[in-house]
Design a protein around this ligand. Structure first.
Ligand SMILES: Cc1cc2nc3c(=O)[nH]c(=O)nc-3n(C[C@H](O)[C@H](O)[C@H](O)COP(=O)(O)O)c2cc1C
Length: 437
């Protein structure tokens, strides 16, 4: 099982994380905090850290903390110097960034970290983020045409130095072999680059490529290029279907099905008991708009629910009329939890309306969920989004990881020094022969 740990914003995946007891209120800009989380994840042998990024101020600032504060490349550079094995994967847009900038930044960090970097190539859909670049979100097909060109160029620039191009022979006075460093000369409809990049290969050749989201076009992009995919299925069935589609897409692009690994987003809350986990999540929920959540829960179940009933379960006669709304893939689970007889507040605390599946419970509950998905072939691993980073990373590492290790589904140590070693991905030197034919 592969695991990635999300380090977004410095507080955690729940907007209320900044109000948990013991949180350092400067975590969103404090490199010591990020390094502490990273080292904790590394202690747990987590294969990689993951940084989502949407460069826009979109939080409800009066109540909620900033989310995408610092450029992930900058944060990862600080972390790279304070860690030794854990992989560092950051999100960078194919829509609003020039491929030469991307290639230069990610490869620089790849050499700085001795081969531990990955680029999560995304096609953003936020109009507000687009506005920060003086642009609008282009039509989908254009976004993906451009994405193919950008990834192609970044990959090509990354491979513009052959493995043994750097010589460093002091006696003969040979620094590098110019015959092994070549321009890329790629010109597309949207972007172009001559190259070569000015950076020699890292210990893994060049950065790993991840991709996140985006329907059939995203699956094609991932099949062509990605070593890892960050996904958000809500059920085992949909996870399995997406994983199979990604594997088939890799084969169609001339690769091996195992070359693309799917990470399912997952939000655990780890506590001594289910009751303690729910209490923690109720506290986190004080920072979200519960009126809106109750209304939304009603829409998921086809019921008119009132905020005034937040501390009561749904009465039996209403429950009999409830139907899971097929427009939201989370509705089946919401209905299941409502039927268990929780109050509406606790239904929400169970995490039925979060961005990824939530398990609020004991370390065994969390490990059981992960094993069930993994054994069912619903993913190759998980992108763990802990509720609050300041104690949640340690709780996951110290309490859940040992269970996964004891069950023989998670490794006991890093396979090697590079991210490719730990993803079981081949080193990549030179240009992809599929792109130069
Ligand atoms: C699990 C997941 C994570 C994503 N992370 C990011 C991100 O960090 N930054 C970003 O701009 N977009 C992110 N996206 C959005 C996708 O790049 C894409 O915009 C979205 O899935 C909409 O699909 P479309 O591009 O096909 O319109 C993510 C999508 C998914 C499914």
């Amino acid at each position: 099982m592969l695991l990635s740990m999300q380090l977004v914003g410095g507080y955690g995946s729940e907007p209320g994380a900044w109000r948990l007891p013991g949180v350092d209120l400067h975590s969103h800009t404090d490199m010591d905090a990020y390094v502490r989380f990273a080292r904790s994840a590394e202690r747990g042998k987590i294969q990689l850290l993951f940084f989502a990024d949407t460069p826009v101020l979109d939080a409800d600032l009066a109540r909620q903390p900033l989310r995408y504060v610092l450029d992930p490349i900058v944060v990862m550079t600080a972390i790279a110097r304070e860690t030794a094995r854990i992989g560092l994967v950051a999100t960078g847009s194919t829509t609003f960034t020039e491929p030469f900038n991307l290639a230069r930044q990610y490869k620089a960090l790849d050499v700085i970290s001795h081969g531990r970097v990955g680029w999560n190539a995304v096609t953003p859909s936020s109009p507000d983020a687009a506005a920060n670049f003086g642009a609008a979100v282009p039509p989908r097909h254009q976004k993906y045409e451009r994405a193919h060109e950008v990834v192609h160029i970044v990959e090509s620039l990354g491979g513009s130095w052959q493995r043994d191009a750097f010589v460093g022979d002091v006696d003969r006075g040979v620094f590098a072999d110019p015959d092994k460093v070549s321009p890329v000369n790629v010109r597309g409809r949207y972007v172009a680059s001559r190259g070569p990049l000015v950076i020699p290969p890292s210990e893994q050749g060049q950065p790993v490529i991840f991709q996140a989201g985006g329907g059939q076009e995203g699956i094609e992009l991932a099949g062509m290029y990605a070593d890892g995919v960050y996904a958000n299925p809500y059920t085992i069935e949909s996870g399995r279907a997406l994983r199979e589609a990604l594997r088939a897409s890799a084969v169609a692009a001339g690769r091996d099905a195992d070359d693309v690994k799917m990470f399912a987003g997952f939000m655990p809350t780890v506590a001594d008991s289910k009751a303690d986990a729910l209490a923690r999540r109720r506290r986190l929920d004080e920072s979200i708009d519960l009126r809106h959540r109750i209304q939304y829960l009603g829409a998921m179940l086809g019921l008119r629910l009132s905020y005034d009933d937040i501390d009561r379960p749904v009465p039996g006669d209403m429950l009999a009329r409830a139907v899971a709304n097929p427009a939201d893939p989370r509705s089946e689970r919401a209905l299941e939890v409502v039927r268990e007889g929780w109050s509406l507040r606790d239904v929400i605390a169970n995490g039925v309306i979060d961005y990824h599946p939530v398990v609020a419970g004991t370390p065994e509950d969390v490990a059981d969920h992960m094993q069930e998905w993994f054994d069912a072939g619903a993913c190759d691993g998980f992108s763990i989004a802990v509720d609050g980073l300041h104690d949640g990373v340690d709780a996951f590492v110290d309490r859940v990881v040992p269970i996964l290790q004891k069950r023989g589904i998670f490794h006991l140590d890093y396979e090697g020094p590079t991210l490719r070693d730990n993803l079981h991905a081949a080193p990549r030197y030179g240009r992809d022969p599929r792109l130069t034919r």
